[in-house]
Design a protein around this ligand. Sequence first.
Ligand code: GLN
Length: 365
Amino acid sequence: MTTSTTVTAQPVRTRLVVLTAIGAMLVCPLTFAQSAAATAGPSGKISPVAPRKEQVQAIVQEAYNKFKNDTRGKNADYIPELGKVDSKLFGIAIVTTNNQTVSVGDTKTAFSIQSIAKVFSLALAMEEQGADKIFDKVGSEPTGRAFNSPVAVVDMPTHTGNPLVNAGAIATVSIVSGKTPEEKWNKILGFYSRVAGEKLTLIDSVYKSEAATNTGNKALSYLLAKYDRIYADPFESVDVYTKECSVGVNALQLARMGATLANYGVNPATGEQVVKRENVPEILSVMMMAGLYDGSGKWAWHVGLPAKSGVGGGIVAIVPGKGAIAVFAPPLDEAGNSVKAQEVIEYVANRLDYNLYSPASVGLK
Ligand code: GLN
């Protein structure tokens, strides 16, 4: 395995992982081909969709250099603590389904996961209740409106919209089982940590800052109650939701969380089946339709990958069966999506033929 300062194998259970990676090289198409011998599948053919690791590293570095000085966008400041984050921070990480990593820039700096958390509480709720119940109780329709829109709650037949807008996410949290809000919260944090393959913690200053200013989300929760679309105490649900949004992650951890989804729910670093395999396609489909809110149509047009953004400046995009790319850069566009993260992922996805709607993604030239 090639190593350098920026291309490293994960330290987690290194030996086991190396063995697992070698095993994986023998049986499945790789994201990173390193040599013809290493990537030959059972048929003896080289995967047509496996770029070499050095090639991925070079393209990620190119993207970093190209967008490093892009100053467009502005930190979120409706949560005051987010306005204080250094807007120059910029990191790109890729984790593959066989746990290889590429990272450039500030990939070890923790930031608040914000709305990206919604994907994983959706996974937990589906785990507990099954996909059909969540579809009935929350739904899966894009709202075409801002992520915190009360108008969408009033207008949409389901009221909740989908699990990736605030209203739908608060409803999803309300479904997660637990006798007390603390029990729910601990369960959610434990689940996220298993998806990341590392213990994650709350960024207390972000939580306090949002908890002191989240009147809009409280209003959404009461609107949901009016339509019988919230399934536990509204304000307690908002509080657990606010905590889950304040979980700290770095770009590498976020890429690993994405790679777990890309890998049918198995964390590539720990080998644990964290997310139920059968729920992965539904989760990715919601991400495709609503992961960037009212920017989701533009995203699908240009990039063609399921992704999720957060107002903390993170975006993670999933390349099913191959891996995930996570980018952290705080300045956001009007829709609340990181400007640089969108640019970088679009650039890398185009260069590596990752767009799922392009036949090139499965090797057709
Ligand atoms: N915690 C944020 C909120 O509720 C999450 C929004 C986001 O990341 N888009 O407003």
